[in-house]
Design a binder for this molecule. Structure first.
Ligand code: GLY
Length: 378
């Protein structure tokens, strides 16, 4: 597949390769003399495709480091460990640091690479759907700090991002759903017919999964069956991943440093962050994907109340998410969410940039206070 490019003006500043297999990765590393690989330790153990890549890198004599990729470990200590390891292994200004893992890994490795010796080149091989369609695209790097997510970081583009959907075969169902929600979010921002194609794909996957679970007559979801269900339909997912990457690459090319259009990528995230922080506080364990899915429904409801969207949009989105197994019941009342939203780092002058869908494929940004938004939704 032709690379999908990110531009600054007419200059290509990052390339994204979406490939069916891993064989071509070695070729993309050819031009780089000194490659270093930093990999999520869990991925190294649990993802056979990533293991194959690490074997190839071993054969090439590429030094490797494993990191813990959790929200707790996504901090300056880990970044300093990566920098220390690069120093100990003689990484110089001509180094290329390859990150293999999900968004936490690519964020940390991108950040370490952007400060080590005032910046060395880096590349990503994202191993989750979420990082393939979102986190590893567009050059946002960073770590959590002071109790806030991604409070320290840079925007610096990877040399390239190598996306191989085959790695998703070992991805747990919950992590897949997080990525699926971000993929639908992307198509709600810019559609080109992909939103409904993605929903149809997710419905087929859901139907397959339910059929496999029913076969076992236990009448409960058996998440260990998920990988085989996904593997059978992975070829249908590849063009959807490429389409989502194309949308994001276009937005980043037009607004790399998030002064305007890039904010649209936060669709559903103001509500989602509030749900996630409450879930963290009350140990309810709501993952990012389900929080984003709920967040998109709230955003659509708000758009309807502001008469930006036709009545019925929120209900239609809700139905699509439900049939894609992405919808849960939100245990938090709006007033509780308001408290968490006021603390969101994106609140400036008391106003929050709410990204609101006018229709599928068309969103707008409205600055509202949290009280205005909650008042309209109540
Ligand atoms: N994940 C949102 C962005 O990259 O801008």
């Amino acid at each position: 597949m032709e690379p999908i490019n990110i531009y600054s003006g007419s200059e290509v500043i990052s390339r994204i390769y979406v490939e069916e297999g891993i064989e071509t990765l070695e070729g993309y590393l050819e031009g780089y003399q000194h490659v270093f690989v930093v990999m999520d330790g869990e991925v190294a153990m649990k993802c056979p495709v990533a293991y194959e890549v690490s074997q190839m890198l071993n054969r090439r004599g590429v030094p490797g480091m494993l990191v813990e990729a959790t929200e707790e470990a996504k901090c300056m200590d880990t970044v300093m460990n990566i920098c220390g390891w690069l120093l100990d292994n003689g990484a110089d200004r001509d180094a290329l640091v390859l990150a293999i893992g999900g968004g936490i890994t690519t964020d940390m490795v991108g950040f370490a690479s952007s400060i080590y010796k005032r910046g060395v080149r880096f590349a990503h091989m994202p191993t989750t759907l979420l990082s393939q369609v979102d986190a590893a695209i567009g050059g946002k790097t960073g770590v959590n700090f002071g109790g806030y997510k991604n409070m320290l970081g840079t925007i610096r583009q990877p040399e390239f991002t190598f996306i191989c959907p085959q790695v998703l075969e070992s991805l747990p169902m919950e992590a897949f759903q997080a990525g699926a929600a971000e993929m639908l979010k992307t198509f709600m921002i810019e559609d080109n017919g992909h939103y409904h194609a993605a929903v149809d794909f997710l419905k087929r996957l859901t139907a397959d999964f339910i059929a496999v679970c029913e076969d076992d007559s236990t009448l409960s979801y058996q998440e260990d069956k998920w990988p085989e269900v996904l593997a059978a339909r992975l070829h249908e997912l590849t063009p959807l991943i490429a389409a989502a990457v194309r949308v994001k690459a276009g937005i980043v090319s037009r607004d790399q440093f998030e002064n305007g259009e890039r904010r649209k990528l936060n669709l559903g995230h103001t509500f989602a962050h509030a749900i996630e922080s409450l879930s963290h506080k009350y140990h309810n364990d709501i993952d990012h994907g389900h929080a984003v899915a709920l967040g998109m429904v709230y955003a659509a409801r708000l758009a309807e109340r502001l008469e930006l969207a036709e009545p019925g949009l929120a209900a239609a989105i809700e139905r699509d998410l439900d049939e894609s197994l992405l919808l849960i019941i939100n245990p938090y009342p709006l007033e509780r969410m308001a408290g968490a939203m006021r603390k969101d780092k994106k609140a400036a002058d008391g106003k929050v940039h709410f990204v609101l869908p006018r229709s599928i494929g068309d969103v707008t940004v409205q600055d509202l206070t949290v009280d205005e938004a909650i008042g309209l939704l109540s």
